[in-house]
Design a protein around this ligand. Structure first.
Ligand code: B12
Ligand code: SF4
Length: 589
């Protein structure tokens, strides 16, 4: 048959946008470079590529995909309208939209919907509120009103249908798969193109599994992804690694909330060990785990051999009453040091999440806890967050159902803002405690201590110093939470939150230039200060003999000697666990 009779292929334009959110001044938070790429975007992009390859819209339709991570790329809604209208058909997907990103997502959607573009939105805010609330959340309802299609649940195995509905102009108002979580074994693998990965300092991300068995009341994950571990296989993970090695990407952020409870953790580690030790492939990764992971036989040792260089641990608090109030009973303060020392021995850089604003916290208790952590626990980096009733969590549902006031602006649900009242602290005290905890932890003196511990235990002091600078600088200089921080803040005059005035050029540009120069100056001086601390530490002839309360091996009498166990709350916790131990061994409590 002659080619001249064939129709040229039709183009379906699919734009995938992972939105950012607004800063306190109403400008979109964006950077020239930002270290953690969006796994939600990687997942949707991987699935969309698969749909394009399989030609799910028909043999004569090419699906062209445009992934955009707004944290590192400017989103021009009007240009996107032209892009979609320039094709034969198309749609925009707002992906992985968290609660704090929902207002920004709606602002993008509004422009697109006004111009007749089909838009669908999914991610934790839609899924979490649909899972937990009896009524429709106010902002989700606004999306529906605009004619935005909602997607609740996970899209593996379901993207064909959404795309086909869009191609037939029959996008449904709601796709609800909350009761039917897909199996991840053999699922299409997440993938981000090299140009996005480069802007994330060469890191890419993938989720090796979803779901967590625990029941923390502030957590959304268990209500959205469930409590049963669903995992990718070792073969899937090898495929992800090889696809990325092919584009010269060697650094992976594994985004499972709790990789230690991934049912395939061992098989996945064994495969990574094979790649590193037998095939001599240079790869490294970061994982998130819980505080009980050191009790899993071989976990830490295999993590080390699999190239785990950074671990994120949900320590959350050192007050047992706060932990049990949040049903985080798996966090046992008596085991913190053993677990941390084991990771130190494995040479990993330790990042701990720490929540500020639990009901028993006061300004004084928080600063006292920071001091105890500094002297007794071998943590490298602390990531502070404000206790936030995140939509999708049990905390949020309870407050919502009880009619207790919560901040109405979802943009503030970024765990960097106070959004509820506290029983013991005023809002100002809570905000002061949150800011001061960071200032105190990242003091020059403590930076020196952390670096000394690194040298003595075999973690890279240079890399740790860079992370200390990063966390301190993003908090103090950029006023951004470090995990959503970046290098060189970008601001666009016209990208301001609706409702706030567009500043005239003669005010905006000089202010932005002065602010940028001042910030770079502060970054430079912070870097140099920490660099000189590092030099002093590594020039110390006694550097390898350094020892202190935090890195010394765990001893029997610690509950009597360490300040960590001297509070009234710690005392009653110790009594309780001693009673449990006695019962377990058959003696009367
Ligand atoms: C890795 C991670 C990060 C990474 C990367 C972000 C990312 N999304 O990849 C970093 C470190 C940057 C990060 C930062 C933050 N994060 Co975060 N993060 C996670 C984590 C642990 C994994 C994300 C992930 O990969 N999920 C897997 C993906 C595939 O799931 P998904 O996004 O839901 O997408 C699926 C479906 O929803 C659906 N879908 C999604 N979008 C769409 C769109 C359409 C159209 C369709 C059809 C389908 C669809 O398909 C996907 C595949 O099935 C989650 C918890 C979790 N388990 O998800 C928290 C989580 C998303 N983060 C959260 C928060 C609060 C934050 C921060 C605000 C605060 C902080 N300090 O941590 C910042 C925000 C910064 C930012 N710009 O994203 C909350 C959000 C809660 C909420 N109600 O909004 C979560 C749920 C954790 C928690 N504490 O409860 N995070
Ligand atoms: S351990 Fe982490 S992921 Fe699991 S329920 Fe608690 S907060 Fe959620």
């Amino acid at each position: 048959m002659s080619n001249s009779n064939q129709q040229p292929p039709k183009r379906f334009c699919l734009v995938l946008i992972k939105p950012s959110h607004y800063d306190d001044d109403g400008y979109v938070i964006q950077w020239l470079r930002s270290p953690v790429p969006s796994n939600s975007l990687a997942v949707l992009h991987g699935l969309a590529l698969d749909c394009a390859r399989r030609k799910v819209l028909g043999d004569n339709v090419e699906i062209e995909i445009h992934p955009l991570d707004e944290t590192i790329a400017r989103v021009h809604p009007t240009r996107i309208v032209s892009l979609v209208k320039g094709a034969d058909a198309g749609m925009v997907m707002l992906v992985g939209v968290q609660s704090n990103q929902f207002p920004r997502a709606l602002d993008i959607a509004a422009v697109l919907r006004e111009r007749g573009i089909m838009v669908a939105i999914g991610g934790f805010h839609v899924s979490g509120t649909i899972a937990m609330l009896k009524e429709r959340d106010r902002d989700v309802w606004r999306a529906e009103e605009m004619g935005v299609s909602l997607f609740a649940g996970e899209v593996e195995g379901r993207l064909d249908r959404v795309l086909q509905d869009a191609a037939n102009n029959k996008l449904q108002p709601l796709y609800d798969f909350m009761d039917d979580s897909p199996d991840l074994e053999g699922a299409i693998t997440p993938f981000l193109p090299a140009d996005i990965v480069k802007r994330a300092f060469g890191n890419t991300s993938f989720d090796a599994g979803r779901g967590c068995p625990f029941t923390c009341s502030f957590c959304t994950i268990i209500n959205v992804q469930g409590r049963k571990s669903r995992s990718r296989t070792a073969d899937d993970v090898e495929k992800i690694v090889r696809e990325n090695l092919a584009q010269d990407v060697h650094s992976f952020v594994i985004t499972d909330d709790n990789f230690a409870r991934n049912k395939n953790w061992e098989g996945i580690f064994d495969r990574l060990i094979y790649l590193r030790e037998v095939e001599k492939i240079d790869l490294k990764c970061s994982i998130q785990i819980d505080t009980g992971c050191h009790r899993i036989p071989n976990f830490i040792d295999k993590a080390r051999r699999a190239g785990v260089k950074r671990v994120f641990i949900g320590l959350e608090n050192i007050n047992p009453d706060n932990l049990s109030g949040a049903r985080k009973n798996q966090n046992k303060i008596t085991e913190y040091r053993k677990m941390l020392v084991d990771w130190k021995r494995a040479g990993a850089m330790i990042f701990c999440g720490y929540i500020i604003g639990f009901p028993h916290d006061t300004l004084e208790s928080i600063l006292n806890d920071v001091r105890i952590i500094q002297s007794e626990l071998p943590i490298d980096i602390i990531e502070y967050t404000c206790l936030t009733p995140l939509p999708g969590s049990e905390d949020h549902r309870k407050l919502y159902e009880a009619g207790i006031p919560m901040d109405a602006d979802l943009n503030r649900y970024d765990v960097n803002h106070v959004t509820i009242a506290h029983p013991l602290m005023s809002r100002e005290e809570w905000e002061t405690a949150y800011a001061q905890a960071s200032v105190n932890y990242y003091s020059d003196e403590h930076v020196a201590t952390v670096l000394r511990r690194c040298v003595a235990t075999g973690t890279s002091p240079g890399k740790t110093m860079s992370n200390l600078v990063w966390f301190r600088g993003n908090t103090e200089i950029e006023k951004a939470h470090p995990v959503e921080g970046g290098f060189l803040r970008l601001k666009f005059r016209r990208d301001r939150r609706p409702g706030l005035p567009t500043e005239p050029p003669w005010i905006f540009y000089p202010k932005y230039a002065a602010e940028t120069l001042w910030k770079q100056f502060q970054w430079m001086s912070l870097f140099l200060r920490c660099y000189f601390i590092l030099r002093k530490v590594i020039k110390d002839p006694q550097q390898f003999e350094y020892n202190d309360l935090a890195i010394t091996p765990v001893m029997e009498d610690e509950v009597e000697t360490r300040e960590l166990f001297q509070s009234a709350e710690a005392h009653s916790y110790l009594v309780k666990i001693q009673q449990v131990e006695k019962l377990r061994h058959g003696t009367a409590a």
